[in-house]
Design a binder for this molecule. Sequence first.
Ligand SMILES: O=C1O[C@H](COP(=O)(O)O)[C@@H](O)[C@H](O)[C@H]1O
Length: 249
Amino acid sequence: MSHKRAFYRTGDAICDEIIGLLEKFANESIAKQNKFRVGVSGGSLADILCEGMSDLRSDFSKWQIFFCDERVVSVSDKESTWGTFKRNMLGLGDVVPESAFIPVNSSLDVNEAAVDYERKVREAFGLSNPEEIPSFDLLILGIGPDGHTASLFPGHPLLAEKNKLIAPIEDSPKPPPKRVTMTLPLINNAKVCLFGAQGGGKAEMLKRIVVDRDTTLPATLVDPPKGELIFVACDEAASLVEGDPFRRS
Ligand SMILES: O=C1O[C@H](COP(=O)(O)O)[C@@H](O)[C@H](O)[C@H]1O
């Protein structure tokens, strides 16, 4: 279990809280180490980030934005997470420069795309020792209807991956089937893992993750031993969670 865990309930929407925390962690990292390395997710979280990031105040020249997972499809495909950010955020007042993003090269075969992305991650952290695992300042993660997070799915052999930081997956149960994803060793070495849950559709899974601690669910396996674990949930998503599930009695 991670030492620092927090659960925030936010009323109707999670966007303001997620953006507030993103701004806080970014500006703290920049003050401390003059850079901020964050991983973002697709699906509902990508839409929330695109909506809120223009309100965020930070020195984006110090940001490096990676992808916790990506669907290996053309950038113009609506399933592409990088494509979603490009279409919905870049150009809107040029708040975040395109150069801040480090996208997966989806023109490569899925196996090559994973190797290439792992190289980019290692390069960004200046790690020459292949044994060393980078420590992201923040990973923003979603919760799928089956408890998946990034592209780590229940019962999938990738949950046992120990060596790769970024892995290919060719049989994702949720389409599209070909994806690349951060693995648990990389995710769990982050300084902060922040889950966002918006809407009643997340209620049952959120309870199984934060109350039952159901370890068949990939999202429950995210618990950085040296980092912080934070859940931000709207009232509907948190409707099956009583009080603060992390309060020490
Ligand atoms: O396929 C994916 O699903 C999860 C959850 O998405 P959501 O729309 O149900 O919030 C997402 O976090 C992941 O990045 C994505 O590739």
